[in-house]
Design a protein around this ligand. Structure first.
Ligand SMILES: C[C@H](C(=O)O)C(=O)SCCNC(=O)CCNC(=O)[C@H](O)C(C)(C)COP(=O)(O)OP(=O)(O)OC[C@H]1O[C@@H](n2cnc3c(N)ncnc32)[C@H](O)[C@@H]1OP(=O)(O)O
Length: 566
């Protein structure tokens, strides 16, 4: 963006500044540290100038918002037209309690819904399974049958509001329930909107919740992609998630690279099935973490959009512009929150949320300050939502598009993060002999991710222990405050109420229809067909989550991690 002559004179002026202005000043007191680095340990210089961005080409590297390569944002007006979706993750108890929380959040100005499921539902177990005992409704809402979905969305217009479902191994079942709910309510399938996390690859990489092995898991994900493309154009069947990879201890670059590689693996799997990339890619979506190093996060989000645009065009021949636009949800970093001095977390969350906004997120969850201690209380959830509203309506951050674009520092970081992430993606592609899909599966199988993330995590912990990485109120400043906010407690009787509902649903069912539905499902699995249409029929008969997942486990087998078992 600068000509050679300008750059030469800037270089010369910088040398002069260093020797005549900075260095004599440094002699007085030096710098606070020997080395400055982001939370991911990415070293940063003291100052950036046009010389650092000498290779930047405005048109091909940045462009304009809503135009390729989308570095500056996916929409032409970004938040001047509409602010991001404020989507607080919520769920606890039975569907009735969560339905109440949904209404509370909507009344308080939240613009989208996001469902947290309890552990049994996440793992595809019914509430009456012996393994579920003590976990029902504890960390999210319990969903066993379509009846729970009916209660969950009572009084909510599912043709209007978009809802996110954080569910993975059992995602096809919940997707089928949502479609069945729409059918039963007479809402046409093309009106329902929302997102299923349904990102099984990151489960094997980082979060470690699975039922069946990686290959059939991927097959089921692609079933949902195909079904969504054909039936539910406003549903995003996968939210390719870096969040949990980062929470497991990865760096920002690893988070970006591993997530994009997973995204490309899903693209390849769907293309291998015979789908045209432009038929399904516009419905893909992403989900990233936002940590404390504000500029690193902004650069990560900008690099994500640029890489995605370039790779979708060049490797997968996407034509439709929507196939090349990376749209993402952001959640502030749970792992950065501290149990000590919990109110400090409000500040951390504000910084992280601001990074998401400056980075152009489409949707945002701000963590509640008490999340290191328990599920969020109503008070904490309200502060978290208000944080988003203050950023949106008081800070001015939403008034200018990509306000950090053109910052010598942020553009340099964007380039560096892009290059480092691409090196990882290429490495994964090579592990699969030219196929990212096979490379990701090989990486899972061989413990590649486990090693890479483990090393980064160990290194971060060591820096915290050495005090090189400061965590205020934990390893520096007053650390013995034990203030405890009022916490949300989920009563044990929730389990009894959920079991009673499940029992009454089971009593009312037509046993022959249940058996026939499960036979159809087994048959479809055996002949390799898309399971989604039969799942929709099955859940309409009130077949349970556990009954369906048992068929998958019987037919596809279960999975045990082999890492470390030599
Ligand atoms: C840690 C925790 C755990 O594991 O426990 C978790 O995982 S929690 C995980 C929680 N996960 C999530 O909450 C995932 C949320 N994800 C999503 O909501 C989606 O996948 C998303 C990221 C693509 C965001 O979708 P969204 O509907 O909120 O936002 P969109 O960007 O699509 O915008 C919504 C509508 O507004 C329109 N729109 C957007 N911006 C503008 C603008 N400036 N002017 C005019 N219209 C606009 C869009 O075109 C779209 O319309 P139209 O609809 O007409 O096209």
């Amino acid at each position: 963006m600068y000509d050679e002559e300008d750059l030469a004179s800037i270089r010369e002026a910088r040398d002069e500044w260093e020797s005549e202005t900075r260095d004599p000043f440094l002699e007085k007191g030096g710098e606070r540290k020997d080395r400055f680095a982001t939370v991911s340990n990415h070293e940063v210089d003291d100052l950036y100038t046009p010389d650092d961005v000498a290779d930047l080409d405005y048109e091909s590297d940045l462009g304009f918002p809503g135009e390729s390569p989308y570095t500056r944002g996916v929409y032409p007006t970004m938040y001047r037209g509409r602010t991001w979706t404020m989507r607080q993750f919520a769920g606890f108890g039975t569907a009735s309690e969560t339905n109440e929380r949904f209404h509370y959040l909507i009344e308080n100005g939240q613009t989208g819904l996001s469902t947290a499921f309890d552990m049994p539902s996440l793992m595809g177990k019914d509430s009456d399974d012996p393994l579920s005992d003590g976990e029902v409704g504890k960390e999210g809402v319990a969903v066993d049958t379509l009846r729970d979905m009916e209660v969950l969305f009572d009084g909510i217009d599912i043709g209007e509001v978009t809802t996110s479902f954080t569910i993975n191994p059992s995602a096809p079942v919940v997707f089928a329930m949502y479609v069945a709910l729409a059918d039963n309510r007479g809402v046409s399938r093309d009106r329902i909107g929302g997102t299923f996390q349904n990102d099984m690859l990151k489960e094997f990489i980082a979060q470690k919740e699975w039922v069946i092995p990686p290959e059939p898991s991927l097959k089921l994900v692609t079933d949902t992609v195909e079904f969504a493309a054909e039936e539910t154009p406003r549903i995003r069947p996968i939210s390719v998630s870096g969040y949990h990879i980062r929470e497991a201890g990865s760096t920002a670059v690893q988070e970006l690279a591993f997530t994009l590689a997973d995204g490309f693996a899903y693209v390849e799997d769907a293309v291998d099935r015979g789908l045209d990339v432009d038929e399904f890619a516009p419905q893909l979506s992403f989900f990233f973490n936002s940590h404390n190093s504000i500029f690193e996060e902004v650069a990560k989000f900008r690099a994500a959009r640029r890489i995605y645009h370039d790779v979708m065009s060049e490797w997968y021949d996407a034509d439709d512009e929507r196939s090349k636009q990376l749209k993402f949800h952001t959640q502030t970093a749970g792992q950065s929150l501290t149990a000590q001095q919990p109110l400090n977390n409000v500040v951390r969350v504000t910084i992280q949320a601001l990074a998401g906004v400056l980075g152009g997120t489409q949707s945002l969850h701000t963590n509640s300050f008490d999340e290191a201690l328990a599920l969020p209380s109503e008070e904490a959830v309200t502060v978290a939502l208000r944080t988003q509203q203050i950023i949106a309506e008081e800070s001015g951050a939403a008034d200018v598009i990509d306000p950090l674009g053109g910052s010598f520092f942020v553009e340099t970081l964007t380039d560096e993060i892009e290059a480092e992430a691409m090196a990882y993606i290429e490495e994964i592609r090579e592990m699969g002999d030219g196929s990212v899909r096979d490379g990701v599966l090989a990486g899972i199988d061989e413990g590649y991710y486990h090693r890479e993330i483990g090393e980064a995590s160990y290194e971060y912990q060591s820096r915290v222990e050495d005090g090189e990485e400061v965590v205020v109120g934990v390893n520096k400043y007053d650390t013995d405050d034990d203030t405890r906010p009022d916490l949300l407690h989920v009563e044990d009787e929730v389990q009894d109420r959920q079991l009673a509902r499940l029992e009454s649903v089971k009593e009312d069912r037509d046993d022959d229809a249940i058996e026939a539905a499960l036979d159809d499902l087994r048959e479809t699995v055996r002949n390799g067909g898309n399971v989604m249409p039969v799942l929709v029929d099955a859940v309409k008969e009130y077949v349970t989550m556990g009954e369906i997942m048992d068929v998958f486990a019987e037919e596809y087998g279960t999975y045990r991690e082999t890492i470390g078992v030599m």
